[in-house]
Design a protein around this ligand. Sequence first.
Ligand code: ATP
Ligand code: MG
Length: 419
Amino acid sequence: MPASVEIVTIGDELLLGATVDTNAVFIATALSEVGVQVVRRATVGDTEEAIADAVQQALERTGAVITTGGLGPTADDLTRPVLAKLFGRELHEDASIVAALQELWRTRGRGGVLPPSNLQQALVPDGAEILVNRQGTAPGLKLTDAQGRWVAMFPGVPRELRAMVVEHLVPWLGAQAGDRVLRSRYVRTTGIAESALADKLGAMKRRVESLPLAYLPGWDGVDLRVTAADMSASEASAKLDAAVEQLRQAAGTHAYAVDRVSMPETVLAMARAHGDTIAVAESCTGGLLGTRLTDVPGSSDVVHGGVIAYANHVKEQELGVSSDDIATHGAVSEPVAVQMARGVRGLTGATIGVGITGVAGPDGGTPEKPVGTVWIAVDVRGEVRAIRSVFIGDRPEIRHRATQSALDMIRRALLVLAS
Ligand code: ATP
Ligand code: MG
């Protein structure tokens, strides 16, 4: 059995939806890599009852609890006194924390003098272990009861939490878990629906190398995840590597990357290897394709630039799209996409030009061109291909899917060139 823990994240802002609970995600990811399983997550507001209740129940169930939030110096920061009470401990002022806080105020130019409210952060339940926080003021605290059940309290500030999880939690719980690991790998696919992909995988539909397989559909396509649980690190990596290889084979050209590699990263690497350069002409995606490509560090050797050709006169004047074709076929049409791709290639001298024109919605759809209709053309060294798609989703999703599809068209063109 892998070691198990529960997470309780604390804060009204999490319940209000004002803050996304990235702390729980970070903790779960870090612990899974060392074979510790998060078996339950709870989020509670800044009240004594809610915090005490959630931690009490988690202690009874699993006996191992990680909390984040509510360690600060303000009145809504209740975690420390509430959990001290739950464990039947008194709070005392810890001289080493007071000294560290005073030092922080002295050296970091916070006015030199420690505000009295911050002294609250120096309060420690009797018998608690202090977990040093190098990124902020509030240290973490760990309480263990007579039966060995424990709660480890961490601050809510994500930067502090992350550093402390890496420094304190991962080594300690990882050692407890022994050499058992819980690890996942991914094969990323695009341009194929989940059900069609499952059919393609045949006998591997549910398990590969005896590892369970999960389908994760998203805007980029369907990611396939294989997970190795409760086995040694060497056994896990051997099985995962073999599974990834088999999945890639089965998915064929739909597989564009493994693990966390993105489509833009894949396309940039392929273009670089071929000595190709890319320019984009974007209408309905409004620069999103250019953004996704240039989000990747080091993309400047491949990406020449682009034109956001939203208005027809920009398509005509900057890219040389024929006004007759726009009048005859409409702005969302094959000839316009093709001329945008060609035009931006000519304009920038790139070897690959991309043209995207479509109806991103929510308005502007017609029976012939419903919302989601997008024409994408890719001109690779004078060889042009254009595809019409009707993407599902709302405006952001349609725009994202259009860029993913455009990148996939470049990738496929480069695959053909390479073969
Ligand atoms: P501080 O000493 O800064 O008061 P704290 O331990 O009291 O730290 P909170 O006051 O609960 O932590 O939160 C501090 C900040 O961290 C807030 O901006 C909050 O939105 C953010 N935060 C809190 N919990 C989480 C969480 N689970 N995921 C992501 N961000 C969080
Ligand atoms: Mg706070």
